[in-house]
Design a protein around this ligand. Structure first.
Ligand code: SF4
Ligand code: SF4
Length: 118
């Protein structure tokens, strides 16, 4: 039968390396983004809106709220703009667009996202 834990003082303290390193730190979004490097292929956007007319009829515009780096903006004229050079290639917009209105490919070889470490 397992021993009953009555309070925080009963919980085993970390020892050795775990004690030396301390509790793991949870990274926020900006900390995680800081671990990435993006090499932009300036002349060759890898994401494009296929038909702005479709975006004008898209009421909920899910791309504007699901991209983790907020690459989609609705301009004053109602058109949707992709700030593709910040893309971290997660693929969310490709899946979330209800009208399959985004032309999506990975950046050409040698361009795009890599990790700063490792
Ligand atoms: S979800 Fe698709 S159709 Fe809607 S605004 Fe975004 S790109 Fe345009
Ligand atoms: S692939 Fe991800 S990061 Fe890139 S534009 Fe789409 S949702 Fe944003």
């Amino acid at each position: 039968m397992a021993a009953e834990v009555k309070g925080p003082s009963d919980i085993a303290k970390p020892t050795g390396l775990a004690n030396f390193l301390g509790p793991p730190k949870l990274l926020g979004r900006d900390d995680k983004l800081a671990t990435l490097v993006i090499k932009v292929d300036e002349g060759s956007p890898h994401l494009k809106i296929i038909d702005q007319g479709v975006c004008l009829k898209c009421i909920e515009k899910p791309c504007t709220v699901t991209c983790p780096v907020e690459n989609y903006k609705v301009e004053d004229n109602g058109h949707t703009t992709i700030y593709w050079s910040n893309c971290i290639e997660c693929g969310t917009c490709r899946i979330i667009c209800p009208f399959h209105n985004i032309s999506w490919r990975y950046p050409s070889g040698g361009f795009g996202m890599t990790y700063r470490y490792g």
